[in-house]
Design a protein around this ligand. Structure first.
Ligand code: WQD
Length: 338
């Protein structure tokens, strides 16, 4: 079975390629290297021993996408990660996000609709829920008006896929990630630090390594137990494994021909201060941080109800927050020693 992974050299993409290869799938990766590096191919090979077929291709170029599918006409499924994902950048440059996250999705689906049948896994996000009324968040929680163009592209993407699946032979599953963190236990792959990290965990590990002066904690006046915002931090390897299980569900036609949605989280909410405490425990060192004002657009709390993922998809996150933080720290130390 040949599977296309777009954005397969990215953070979640690369970990998913490893899990697919571990399960015997033949994987082809498309990546335009805008937020990744060819070194990730070496990391994947160090883990699986496989030279992954890779094409440096920009999915915004429709003709290139058409040509790719002509040359790879035996693709059974696609896991689509390739997209821009920085919330703040999307506010500054919305058209970059609408072009890169929407046009590319349409071009991929236009190719897949020509096949007898095709399985499609979409990388979506809990950001579509905005500030959900009820915690933990279930998949039928209402999709709120997006708080950023990035979040809007995820909502629009889900709608495009749902509409298309109704009238084509495309079988799709939408995976709504909570907060992916950590790195592969081998430390051969992990989150590549390009620029100043927007996300909490890479900022913590870079601060601990001495690359950043201190972490700014964005607000401690939220209506949460310790005043800092709550999220559901899930180990990236657990997340990657969920993609393989979801793909197998589609390939085995278990999804009864309807578009299914799964929240991928641990089901446990952790505050920013709890993440810091976890880091200090697993690293054995104090973290320099200061409390500052809230960050525009942040929600108070978001953590997953994982019943559907556990009972229907048959997947459950295995790693604890401490294990995930320890893997993130191990990765940071490894890449800084190179
Ligand atoms: C987590 C918490 C911050 C940095 C975003 C996207 C989501 C997904 C993951 C792509 C928040 C606080 C952060 C810092 C801080 N993106 N924080 N100081 O915003 O929950 O989710 O990234 O797939 O779609 O929305 O993640 O890691 O940025 O923030 O205090 O320097 O840490 O306020 O409470 P977020 P995050």
């Amino acid at each position: 079975m040949k599977i296309l992974v777009t954005g397969g050299l990215g953070f979640i993409g690369s970990h998913t390629v490893v899990e697919l290869q571990n399960q015997g799938f033949e994987v082809v990766v498309i990546d335009n290297l805008s937020n990744s590096s060819l070194k990730v191919l070496d990391g994947i090979k160090a883990i699986t021993g496989i030279d992954t077929v890779f094409e440096n291709l920009d999915l915004r170029e429709k003709e290139k996408v058409q040509d790719f599918f002509k040359r790879h006409n035996d693709i059974s499924g696609v896991i689509h990660f390739a997209a821009s994902k920085a919330v703040g950048e999307s506010v500054e440059n919305p058209l970059l996000y609408y072009e890169n996250n929407i046009n590319t999705l349409v071009y991929l689906l236009q190719e897949l609709q020509q096949k007898q049948e095709a399985s499609f896994i979409f990388s979506s996000s809990c950001t579509v829920y905005g500030q959900a009324e009820k915690m933990p968040i279930t998949e039928d929680a209402s999709v709120q008006p997006a708080m950023s163009p990035y979040g809007n592209t995820k909502q629009i993407g889900e709608e495009i896929i749902t509409d298309t699946a109704k009238v084509t032979n495309i079988n799709a599953i939408l995976l709504r990630y909570f907060n992916p963190i950590g790195a592969h236990p081998s430390t051969e792959i992990g989150e590549l630090p390009l620029g100043v990290p927007q996300n909490l965990v890479p900022f913590i590990t870079q601060t601990a390594f001495g690359l950043r002066k201190e972490l700014s904690v964005y607000g401690d006046d939220y209506p949460t137990p310790d005043g800092t915002a709550v999220r559901d931090y899930i180990h990236v390897v657990d997340l990657a494994k969920a993609h393989v299980i979801a793909l197998q569900r589609l390939l085995n036609k278990k999804n009864l021909n309807k578009v299914e949605i799964f929240n991928l989280g641990t089901g446990t909410g952790s505050s920013v201060l709890e993440v810091i405490q976890s880091f200090e425990k697993v690293s054995g060192q104090k973290l320099a941080y200061k409390i500052v004002g809230r960050r525009e657009g942040d929600v108070i709390s978001a953590y997953a109800n994982t019943d559907t993922a556990n009972n229907v998809l048959g997947w459950k996150a295995a790693s604890t927050l401490d294990e995930a933080m320890a893997s993130a720290w191990k990765w940071e130390q490894k890449i800084r020693k190179q």
